[in-house]
Design a protein around this ligand. Structure first.
Ligand code: FCB
Length: 457
């Protein structure tokens, strides 16, 4: 295959999230989060795994940063655990929680690694959930206060801020089908949460901007939604509905200051949308400088006018839509491997929502990595290398077609707590032995190191 070079200053790095790697769940005044509660609820997480210890990154961050530097990473995206900063989600600030991120940022900068802070990667303080969580407007307001608190401590050294990670998951999986914390199963609550998450983003973006943050953004998981049969009108209607629920319901208010009409009608069939108040859409559309894109696989759907569709995680699709089982080569999570979907998605975002630079904030794959570290201390994850290479080529293709893509962050630096899957699914380019906490860079880590040093493939 031909050689590819990425633009100068392309941001190369890796991403993680607090609950998935930090552990230290009770250290230094951290309050409980909805994931502490959820992971302790029988039957919710594989084998009852929890994030209590995870990768013990809270205590091992200095070594982990040294490893990042050894691998040549230039950027590191991590999330701040709200319950470390405000144990009850509101009220008193816990300085020891801020101290941890302060040390982490200093360690990164000392190694020349640019930090990107995600303010919310799903670990809502439990106290706020007890008061209704994202189904209440207050949570959005508290989120903006918390954002300002974190910025006041780190803003002198961190220039890139993103508010939320994948509000689709927080809303639809957290409050719709209950597969994620807090485990609520109520389609109306899911849409209420969508709105308050977006409002929280807008208020936080405004607060960050007012405090002088240089680059402010949000990370979504927009999908490339495809019809089972490109010639079927029913499938085209299903694409329109699922695209609305996955993409436009988030992107339109963010970039056009208005929910799409068809989505307002869809939501109103499920819940009285009184939670959308006059002026909210304007607040949500606070100008941003960056859109983070998490991409793993495309979504294929078929329309079922006979009312017999299985539906999916999308509230209100029951009966109307079949989600096709993934086909072709699959990852260990049963996800499809279709790099062309990334090119299509990036081009679509650039065309429909022009003017905002894009950053791939997550892309990667779980594979069994069965061998574990071999006696020579290596994990030969050729399947992961192939996945990453295919997606980097797809990202490059989008750039060649004119998309303003600024960088690529692999998910993930370390094997970690993969939410409802617990520790059984491994996404890291670095292997973690959970008994000893030993880190072993996989072959993919060495391969990625080469890619970064050449700025290409
Ligand atoms: C994304 C999440 C991330 C990780 C990957 C596999 O949806 O943002 O935390 O779980 O999926």
């Amino acid at each position: 295959m031909s050689e590819l070079r990425f633009p100068d200053n392309f941001r190369w790095g890796a991403a993680t999230a607090a609950y998935q790697i930090e552990g230290a769940a009770r250290d230094d005044g951290r309050g409980p989060s909805i994931w502490d509660t959820f992971s302790r609820t029988p039957g919710k997480v594989h084998h009852g795994h929890t994030g209590d210890v995870a990768c013990d990154h809270y205590h091992r961050y200095a070594d982990d940063v040294a490893l990042m530097a050894e691998l040549g990473l230039r950027t590191y995206r991590f999330s701040v655990a709200w319950p470390r900063i405000q144990p009850d989600g509101t009220g008193p600030v816990n300085p020891r929680g801020l101290d941890f991120y302060d040390r982490l940022v200093d360690a990164l900068l000392a190694r020349g690694i640019d930090p990107i802070v995600t303010l919310y990667h799903w670990d809502l303080p439990q106290t706020l959930e007890d008061r209704g969580g994202w189904t209440t407007r207050e949570t959005a307001e508290h989120f903006a206060t918390y954002a300002a608190v974190v910025h006041a401590r780190l803003g002198d050294r961190v220039s890139t801020w993103t508010t939320l990670n994948e509000p689709w998951c927080s809303a639809y999986l957290g409050y719709g089908n209950g597969v994620h914390a807090p485990g609520v199963q109520d389609p109306g609550a899911a849409f209420t949460a969508v709105h308050h998450l977006l409002l929280g983003h807008g208020l936080a973006a405004r607060a960050l901007r007012a405090a002088g943050a240089q680059t402010v953004g949000i990370t979504l998981n927009p999908a490339d939604v495809r019809p089972a049969d490109p010639d079927s009108a029913a499938d085209a209607a299903a694409v329109r509905l699922v695209d609305g629920l996955q993409n436009r319901i988030f992107l339109d208010p963010l970039f056009r200051a208005a929910y799409p009409e068809d989505m307002l009608e869809h939501v109103a069939r499920i819940v009285e949308p009184a939670f959308i108040r006059d002026g909210d859409e304007k607040l949500i559309a606070a100008p941003i400088d960056l859109l983070g894109v998490n991409y793993y696989q495309p979504t294929y759907v078929a329309g079922r006018p006979d009312g017999a569709g299985g539906g999916g995680a999308f509230p209100g699709t029951e009966g109307a839509v079949d989600f096709l089982p993934p086909a072709g080569p699959l990852t260990d999570l049963g996800w499809m491997i279709e790099p062309a979907g990334l090119t299509r998605l990036l081009e679509r975002l650039a065309a429909d929502y022009p003017g905002v630079p894009l950053l791939i904030t997550e892309n990667g794959a779980a594979f069994p990595d069965k061998a574990g570290p071999d006696p020579a201390g290596e994990v030969i994850d050729a399947d992961r290398i192939a996945y990453l290479e295919g997606h980097l080529r797809a990202a490059h293709e989008a750039i060649a077609r004119g998309v303003d893509l600024r960088g690529y962050l692999v998910w993930s630096l370390l094997d970690n707590f993969e939410w409802a899957e617990g520790y059984r699914k491994r996404f890291g380019i670095v292997h973690v032995d959970y008994l000893t906490q030993r880190r072993t860079p996989k072959a993919s880590a060495r391969w990625y190191q080469e890619v970064i040093s050449r700025n290409g493939l």
